[in-house]
Design a protein around this ligand. Structure first.
Ligand code: GAP
Length: 600
């Protein structure tokens, strides 16, 4: 489906549209309308069900504004940049790497040094896409994507809108580990907004400045913890490993999760496990798995924190888009926060049996160090302790050298080993402090929504008329059902339709009510927003002595059955789960479609 048609449908039918239109619009910000907000919420609920509840993980909600120190530690202040080139004529900003990728075979220009990208812009005579002015000679600069803000008035503390929800989980690790009683592995999830001041937002929900992420941070002991790989061992996956992308005749590897992990195509079993879980989940919510793959990042493409990364990619309008990333972040984040923060970002790992180990100790004689080193005596004593732990052999001679201070202020001092009082002691240890590793499945909710709409978009003919419909899975469709009175000039019939809608809503279903226009037109309106089932209240259903009945129509097949009103809520609830329409239809009488669509 063409991107324009989807954008038009999304706006007309209330899925999503550019924000602040009355003020000229703001690039990179989108508002979800009633249909879109419901679809997005259902996707989030389905994600929560799979990645939080069924995995036994816990969900948190952290603030979106965080102080600068967090991003100094995380590396975002230093390295969360994109390549910016500005047009000297019209002033438009562009992603320099994207301009280069569009006209060359290079797939990850982001990994190149800025000067190389400047050369490529000149060599390929790349012009400004907005006004056509040549960009040769214009500097390519690193542009930090974080939105800066001030926390508090006056001498405010600098802060930033979080560029990933993940940091809200990492900084709270010292407390979160307590809730897990210090036991690994455990997983924490979060669904919420993230902000990136993208240089060139584009493609509807694809590249926004404010977007929703659903992230899971799985904390593991890398030495011991294994994922429950058997649960997804047989899940079929289409992989596009880095080696295949680099080869001239590179191909997809069609395999199973189990095989890919056994053969080392996927390096980490944890990453493999979550690729399998994700593939099943995408299938469940309606991603077309023939238009879906997992692509490994090339070495130069990986984020500063990632030791390995696979992206889930979906095909939308002829392009592959990244809808989720699965990173092995190792101990990068927790080590950084341990170094910069005031708390311990480690867990205590208890040994099965206490161990007796030799430990080098010092007990510096301060009555000697004090007069000799004055104000630096404490720092010298601390340096002796650190050295004893790190390099006990340094104490083999009569004196030992320690360095105090850093950089230009660093000074070396010789200390008598006798004064240091170096010794090797035997100690019994019950465990050790380790820094957990992190495996991170990170999903873009908006990109998932856009994929679902693109993959659900269908056209066919019903009763000789062409129609457009969204074959969204019942679990995520904005509405579970729509209720129509066939005609509006019969009080008994409209009263029953009102009652049916109210009963279904009371049963927890999202129900639309439509009594305007021909019944065929009403079906089309619901088809276009992906409502999976329509309930029509007609005279046939209220005449006679039997219980009241209505017709129930399934969107994709347009097939209808006549069903007692009393059964509706239960059957629709089952259909919203994973009960197929065919098995419900078996229990009821089929209705001739032509009769119903000719109504009103
Ligand atoms: N914590 C890891 C992380 O943030 P990422 O690959 O930068 O990784 C994860 O982002 C997901 O968030 C992406 O796969 C994508 O679906 C979504 N995403 C990232 N930037 C986005 C943007 N500007 N607009 C919409 N979605 C975005």
């Amino acid at each position: 489906m063409a991107a324009d048609a989807l954008a038009e449908l999304a706006k007309r039918r209330g899925f999503f549209f550019g924000s602040n239109g009355a003020y000229g619009g703001t690039a990179g910000f989108y508002t979800f309308g009633p249909q879109g907000a419901a679809l997005k919420r259902n996707v989030e609920d389905a994600w929560r069900d799979r990645f939080t509840l069924r995995e036994g993980n816990r969900e948190i909600e952290a603030p979106t504004v965080m102080p600068e120190a967090v991003f100094e530690a995380s590396g975002h202040l230093e390295g969360f940049d994109d390549m910016l080139v500005e047009c000297p004529e019209c002033g438009e900003s562009h992603r320099a790497d994207h301009l280069v990728e569009a006209v060359t075979d290079i797939e990850d220009a982001e990994a190149l040094p800025g000067e190389d990208v400047e050369d490529l812009i000149a060599d390929n005579e790349i012009a400004c896409p907005a006004c056509g002015t040549m960009l040769a000679g214009e500097p390519v600069e690193a542009f930090n994507l974080m939105f800066a803000t001030d926390i508090g008035p006056g001498d405010a503390q600098p802060g930033y809108l979080r560029p990933e929800t993940a940091q809200g989980i990492f900084v709270e690790f010292p407390r979160l580990k307590e809730y897990a009683r210090g036991n690994l592995p455990f997983g924490i999830t979060q669904i919420g907004p993230a902000y990136r001041n993208e240089i060139s937002p584009r493609g509807g929900l694809l590249r926004l400045r404010e977007f929703t992420q659903a992230e899971l941070e799985q904390f593991i002991d890398p030495e011991e913890d294994e994922p429950p790989l058997d649960r997804v061992r047989d899940v079929e996956v289409r992989l596009y490993p880095a080696t295949e992308q680099e080869a001239d005749d590179g191909e997809y590897v069609e395999t199973t999760v189990g095989e890919a992990v056994d053969e080392g195509v996927i390096g980490s079993p944890w990453v493999g496990y979550y690729l399998g879980v994700a593939k099943e989940w995408y299938d469940r919510i309606g991603v077309d798995t023939d238009r879906f793959r997992f692509r490994q990042h090339l070495a130069g493409e990986r984020a500063h924190y990632a030791a390995d990364c696979w992206d889930a990619e979906s095909e939308v309008d002829g392009d592959w888009i990244e809808i989720a990333g699965f990173s092995y972040r190792a101990d990068y984040d927790l080590s950084k926060h341990d170094e910069y923060g005031d708390d311990a970002f480690t867990v205590f790992k208890r040994y099965d049996e206490p161990k007796t180990v030799e430990r080098a100790t010092v007990d510096p004689d301060m009555s000697v160090l004090g007069p000799e080193f004055g104000g630096e005596a404490a720092a010298v004593a601390e340096a002796l302790e650190t050295l004893a732990e790190r390099d006990p052999d340094a104490f083999d001679g009569e004196t030992v050298e320690v360095t105090v201070g850093e950089g230009d202020d660093a000074e070396s001092h010789a200390v008598d080993v006798d004064v240091a009082d170096f010794a090797i002691e035997e100690v019994t240890e019950s465990g050790e402090h380790i820094t957990p590793h992190v495996v991170e499945p990170s999903f873009g909710v908006g990109r998932t929504v856009q994929t679902l709409l693109a993959h659900a978009y269908s056209e066919d003919e019903v009763d000789g008329e062409s129609r457009t419909y969204l074959s969204l899975e019942p679990e995520v469709a904005p509405q579970d059902a729509a209720v129509f009175p066939l005609v509006t000039n019969d009080d008994r019939l409209t009263a029953l339709a009102d009652e049916v809608a109210a009963d279904l809503r009371a049963a927890g279903l999202a129900v639309a009510y439509d009594d305007s226009g021909s019944i065929g037109r009403r079906y089309r309106r619901q088809d276009e927003v992906g409502t999976p089932f329509c309930v029509t209240v007609d005279r046939d259903g209220i005449e006679g002595d039997g219980p009241d009945t209505v017709t129930l129509r399934e969107r994709d097949s347009a097939a209808q059955v006549r069903i007692p009103v009393a059964d509706l809520a239960e059957e629709l609830t089952a259909l919203r789960g994973d009960e197929p329409f065919a098995s419900v239809a078996e229990r009821y009488d089929a209705v001739d479609t032509d009769v119903e669509t000719a109504g009103n």
